[in-house]
Design a protein around this ligand. Sequence first.
Ligand code: HEM
Length: 363
Amino acid sequence: MRTISRLTAGTALALALALPAAAQQAPAEPAAPQQAAAKAQQERAREQPGNNAPVWREVRSGQPNYTSIPGRETGVLIQPQARFPGQEAMSTAGEAWRNFRNGPVTFYGGWLLVLVAAAIAAFYFARGPLMLHDKPTGRLIQRFSVLERWAHWTTAIAFVIMVVTGLIILFGKHLLLPVLGYTLFSWLTALSKNLHNFVAPLFIVGLVVMILVYIKDNLPGKGDLAWFGGALAMFWSGKHVPSGRFNAGEKAYFWVGVVALCIALSVTGVIMLFPNFEQLRTTMQQMNVIHSLSAIVMMVLAMGHIYVGTIGVEGAYRNMRDGVTDETWAKEHHRYWYDEVKAGGVDATAPPPGAQAPVQAQH
Ligand code: HEM
């Protein structure tokens, strides 16, 4: 961008200097054609003043010219032609990326988010939350340690900030600018971008700790395949498929969402956040597309996760808030884990000091 704005500011002067300079820099042999091109350009400026098409053709060719700024690609004013998936015509790579980002990514991604949110809301109003079948016993089991809860909530809060600011950056131009006007929108977007940049390291640290503390209980185990088989029926009928500490749905969220997508988001984000490692513009554009697509899929998964972690399943939110669950909840939702705890295989029977017995559910 910096290169392009410099171009528009002093186009004539910069190009007039740059091209002869390129000729001077070039080794003795290829100097002749370059000198000829410069001469032809001088003649053209006399014969057809204002028509400098050959210069622009050269600029658009993507061939590097002379610049005193060190670094890769700094001598290339405009990237060569490229085409993103679904695009029929070639255009300069920057334009191809911009059209792809503001076209299919925003359009289909935006509608996907809206439709999934609507589907979850429809499910909630049609089916309602999954309730416990039996009354809570009042006996508590430790479900999450303090470290597990800190890792979870640090990452979750950072994630929500990343989501809100990311949505403003991606969709704000279409949805907020017409409502807010330029002044307010530019303030809001600048604030969002800074928050997005500065909360990212907190998200990454939380993510790494979370992966480390949760990985063990998310490894494949007994009952996982059966869970997938019975999951749909379970959500509608409320009849649970027995599982270990985490069921196969939670494990899928862990591996696909938390591990694969969040790592992809972090890596691509860091590459864009620190453009000082000589990344090429093409690399930045590709990272931007992977980042946006991963973010959209992760938001879809997170919507489902947040739904079942709050209003969708009775008692789930309390588990993560207080770290304890009632024996009835453990027995109905994670039968194999409950049996293991009861058999003494897992040290979870002693709830942390101060943990309160759950409020009796309405039946
Ligand atoms: C912001 C709103 C969120 C809420 C309300 C929420 C709620 C919950 C709850 C209640 C549980 C415990 C479920 C149980 O007892 O089995 C849980 C587990 C978990 N959550 Fe969240 N969560 C949120 C965001 C996130 C985000 C953004 C991530 C990842 C980036 C995440 C990753 C996890 C993981 C890894 C587990 C353990 C289960 C598993 O490994 O799949 N959560 N969450």
